[in-house]
Design a protein around this ligand. Structure first.
Ligand code: PMP
Ligand code: GLN
Length: 382
């Protein structure tokens, strides 16, 4: 048997979570909250189960949920998606991204991926028979930032470029794109047929009064984009694996062709519960302040250490440069941090196609204050 994915092993998130468990380490590695969701959401699930919502829903998702998603996008970003033809409920963002890629990428097509990037993008492109063309984020090695460099993105475009994957707020760097960035991307793509897959799973985690630049705010991008989001992130239920995609009808028609033979539908009672819960916008409107407080708590706790803190403008991640603490490479450092210091982190190198080591590690601060306190107590010994 020849493997379809020769470069793929077990994901770093699984490896580090297992290591953290074996060594009783505080797990700030894999991105997930260690606290429970709103009890009202659990009540809504219970109600949905008892109301008999236990059979297949419509292929594209429960209509009330698609309507709630359309209403949210319109209220926040000012663009109306038709719930009938332009919104599909998915098994998390992971399935949404794979399905979007399978729907538009033909064998031999190129897909521009800005790196560092979430680890599922490249294998997804390979499964479609496409080729990931990596463009580094960061205007220069010296700048040490993760801002988009549009000249480099422009150079990567060829007649074979089918799609570009955008992710803001960004995992792992925690940077966010500005309105100017979005306009620059729109200008760059205007003469092309490139489709944008916009991974917006951290849309509600954005700090310091900034606004999330959904592609939905930018008409000329929205016309060529799949927008992907995840209820797992927004409502602290990563294990539910429910997300959605919004896209213009022509793109969505292609998406649904794949979706119906990929998962066909997504679990019914959770969709009804989410539809009922979404009627109140407060939970997602409160999320920036909720996570900004945790970010600030975590950053304040690290401020007296030799970790150099990178900016965290959005998402629930904080990246650090540990070069003043250890000469180890990133993977070894993160393993040592887990086994000997008792705090798990994720090496940034795993988000790069070439595994380049920059002495950077990512912590997830979606944790109870006590958990962050315990981690900080351990980290401040370094
Ligand atoms: N994209 C990014 C950038 C992510 O961080 C994640 C979650 N780790 C996903 C997609 C997948 O989201 P889901 O859990 O809803 O599949
Ligand atoms: N998205 C999460 C992260 O970046 C993990 C998801 C996963 O385990 N695949 O940490």
């Amino acid at each position: 048997l020849t493997t379809r994915l020769p470069k793929v092993g077990t994901t770093i998130f699984t490896v580090m979570s297992a290591l953290a468990q074996d060594h009783d380490a505080v797990n700030l590695g894999q991105g997930f909250p260690d606290f429970d969701c709103d009890p009202r959401l659990l009540d809504a699930v219970n109600a949905a189960l008892r109301a008999g919502h236990n059979q297949y829903p419509p292929m594209a998702g429960v209509p009330a949920l698609r309507e709630a998603i359309a209403a949210k996008i319109e209220a926040l970003y000012g663009r109306r998606y038709d719930p009938g033809r332009e919104i599909t409920v998915t098994a998390g963002a992971t399935q949404a991204i794979l399905t979007a890629i399978l729907a538009v990428v033909h064998p031999g097509d190129e897909v521009i991926v800005l790196e560092p990037c979430y680890d599922s993008y490249e294998p997804n492109i390979e499964l479609a028979g496409g080729k990931a063309v990596f463009v580094p984020l960061g205007r220069s090695a010296e700048a040490g930032d993760f801002r988009p460099d549009f000249a480099r993105i422009a150079q990567a475009i060829t007649p074979r470029t089918r799609a570009l994957i955008l992710n803001t707020p960004h995992n792992p760097s925690a940077t966010v794109w500005t309105a100017d960035d979005m306009r620059a991307l729109a200008d760059l793509l205007r003469p092309t047929n490139i489709v944008v897959i916009s991974d917006e799973v951290y849309e509600h985690m954005i700090f310091d009064g900034q606004q999330h630049e959904s592609v939905a705010r930018h008409a000329d991008l929205a016309e060529r984009s799949f927008i992907v989001s995840s209820f797992g992130k927004t409502y602290h239920v990563t294990g539910w694996k429910v997300g959605y995609v919004a896209a213009p009808a022509a793109l969505m028609a292609e998406f649904r062709k794949v979706h119906q033979f990929n998962v066909f539908t997504v679990n019914t009672p959770m969709q009804h519960a989410l539809a009922a819960y979404m009627a109140d916008p407060a939970p997602y409107l409160e999320l920036p302040a909720f996570y900004q407080r945790k970010r600030d708590l975590f950053r304040a706790g690290l401020s007296g250490t030799r970790f150099r803190l990178l900016p965290s403008q959005g998402s629930y991640f904080q990246c650090v440069d540990y070069s003043a603490i250890s000469p180890l490479g990133e993977v070894d450092f993160c393993r040592w941090l887990t086994t000997d210091v008792g705090v798990a982190a994720i090496p940034l190198s795993v988000f790069y196609s070439d595994g380049t080591d920059r002495r950077l590690a990512r912590f997830c601060f979606a944790k109870r204050d006590e958990t962050l306190g315990l981690a900080l107590e351990r980290l401040s010994r370094l």
